[in-house]
Design a protein around this ligand. Structure first.
Ligand code: AMP
Length: 501
């Protein structure tokens, strides 16, 4: 690789945010700065260690100028995010058909979880990975699985050799869509299996013969019981969002499925959190696994303009209506805490002649798919969602995310607003914060280490005085306990009131 290709200053600047370590390896060359000798003597390695987030531009320029002196040398660079390497996709030993598909997807660089997981999966090792939705984890397991399966061409009808289990229908659909995109230049085909819809199309898919099954546990077991799905020959098993699968009560189904699979199977577990139950399952299921973790995102995408409105509960709908009518809202995703309030808001929006629909766990699969489809192709302008259903919403042109209710988990805020500004576009987030939600706001601002921009001059402004700016330095733990105290005080007051009655 030539110097100019690999040491692109623009790219370097882009990845600077996460940069902790930058390693430049000079092949057959002289030292750039104080280079320790590489052990085999043929290469010299420059390690510019601990370049923290604060790396100055001029420093970079100086490195680049120094590096330019070694014009004729081959230089390999590795920029490391969170102490590991960010490589280019073609440094991950992926086959050409996959590289072509990745290029068509417009991915320029592997995400940290991809850079870490892909080489290990290709070596057929088990992994236990801590990674969130949005980290790029689907490609981290799907790309190497496709490559491994594609290496052995099956004579005759394909049969399932890899099984990906996921908690929700939306996630299964999303993973299926990704596999279609990634595998399009290979032989590999997949079936997506989930409940809540007629099984016939899924049966048809399975009968055609597929290499990969992406499934939610319940429907898969159903089809196995009917003798339609066959997982006897599974070589690779992925448990995606394992913690959520346990939360949703799938543990018995998962145990049943695991019993049917060979213990020689390569297993990957992906989970956002690692509670003892998950570690216990991992202990039983994985053989000498490689532990991988990427930190949850703590900074929202920079192209999202997020502003804050102090507004009390009875006025939130009026403010929503006002913003939908006055702002340039083309496609808005509105987040509510409960399914009930999501339904109610949709009714109210429709009364105001605004096309809207809701997506949440109580809707049938067909209704959820229809809502998503309508939202995607612009038939509805507003999609009202709860957090659970919002997983897997990956639509490029959402212009606004509106947090009608503030998220009570700070990380969820980043996940929610990340539904806009996708595929390099910019986006806008509006946050409605009532008095009782201020602790959530403080939690969010501490996590992202910045204050949300306070909107100025808007109708329905809260009658409570605006709170002072969050102290970004104090700990979230303390804040949570303050909130608990406030909450318990409120509960005591409520109890007193009801007992008086
Ligand atoms: P996931 O965490 O797998 O749900 O991925 C989240 C989003 O990131 C999806 O829209 C993917 O298409 C996208 N994505 C995955 N890998 C990359 C990458 N290396 N570069 C850019 N986008 C990516």
């Amino acid at each position: 690789m030539s110097f100019k290709q690999s040491f692109n200053p623009q790219k370097l600047k882009k990845s600077m945010k996460n940069l902790k370590t930058l390693t430049v390896i000079v092949k057959d060359g002289k030292t750039l700065l104080d280079l320790p000798e590489f052990t085999d003597g043929t290469k010299l390695e420059l390690r510019i260690i601990s370049i923290e987030k604060s790396l100055q531009e001029q420093q970079t320029d100086q490195y680049l100028r120094d590096a330019e002196k070694v014009q004729s040398q081959d230089i390999f660079t590795e920029a490391s995010a969170l102490a590991d390497e960010i490589n280019l996709f073609h440094e991950l030993n992926l086959i050409d058909p996959l590289l072509q598909a990745i290029e068509e997807q417009g991915y320029s660089q592997p995400s940290p979880i991809q850079a870490k997981a892909i080489p290990i999966v290709l070596k057929k090792r088990d992994i236990l990975a801590t990674a969130q939705t949005g980290s790029g984890k689907t490609a981290a397991f799907a790309l190497p699985i496709i490559q491994i399966l594609n290496a052995v061409k099956i004579k005759g009808k394909a049969y399932p050799r890899a099984l990906i289990l996921t908690p929700t229908r939306e996630l299964a659909g999303q993973i299926g869509e990704n596999i279609t995109n990634y595998a399009r230049h290979t032989y590999i085909r997949h079936a997506t299996i989930y409940g809540g819809v007629s099984q016939h199309p899924q049966v048809r898919q399975l009968k055609q013969g597929k290499d990969i099954i992406v499934a939610t546990p319940g429907r898969l077991l159903d089809l196995i019981d009917q003798g339609i799905a066959d997982i006897d020959w599974i070589e690779i098993l992925v448990l995606d969002e394992a913690d959520r699968m346990l939360d949703m009560g799938f543990i018995h189904d998962i145990r049943k499925i695991i019993k049917m699979i060979s213990d020689k199977c390569q297993v990957m577990m992906f989970s956002a959190t690692m509670p003892p139950q998950i570690l216990d399952l991992a202990d039983k299921l994985l053989v000498d696994p490689k532990r991988i973790s990427v930190d949850p995102p703590t900074s929202p995408v920079e192209t999202i303009e997020s502003s804050l409105f102090f507004v009390e509960k009875p006025d939130k709908f009026s403010l929503l209506l006002h913003l939908l009518k006055t702002e340039e809202v083309k496609k808005a995703l509105v987040f509510m805490r409960t399914k009930f309030s999501a339904n109610r808001i949709v009714k109210k929006l429709k009364r105001e002649k605004i096309n809207a629909d809701a997506i949440h766990g109580n809707k049938t699969q067909n209704a959820r798919e229809k809502a998503l489809r309508d939202f995607k192709n612009g038939r509805i302008k507003v999609l009202v969602a709860t957090d659970i259903a919002a997983r897997g919403i990956d639509i490029d042109d959402i212009t606004h995310v509106i947090n009608f209710d503030m998220s009570n988990e700070a990380e969820t805020y980043i996940h929610r607003i990340g539904r806009t500004a996708r595929a390099g576009k910019s986006g806008i987030a509006f946050n409605f914060c009532m008095d009782g939600e201020r602790p959530f706001l403080e939690d969010i601002e501490r996590l992202i280490q910045q204050h949300l921009i306070r909107a100025e001059e808007y109708p329905f402004m809260s009658r409570f005085p605006a709170p002072s700016l969050t102290d970004l330095a104090s700990t979230r733990k303390k804040l949570k306990s303050t909130y608990k105290k406030r909450k318990s005080k409120r509960t005591v007051k409520k109890k007193r009131r009801t007992s008086r009655k």
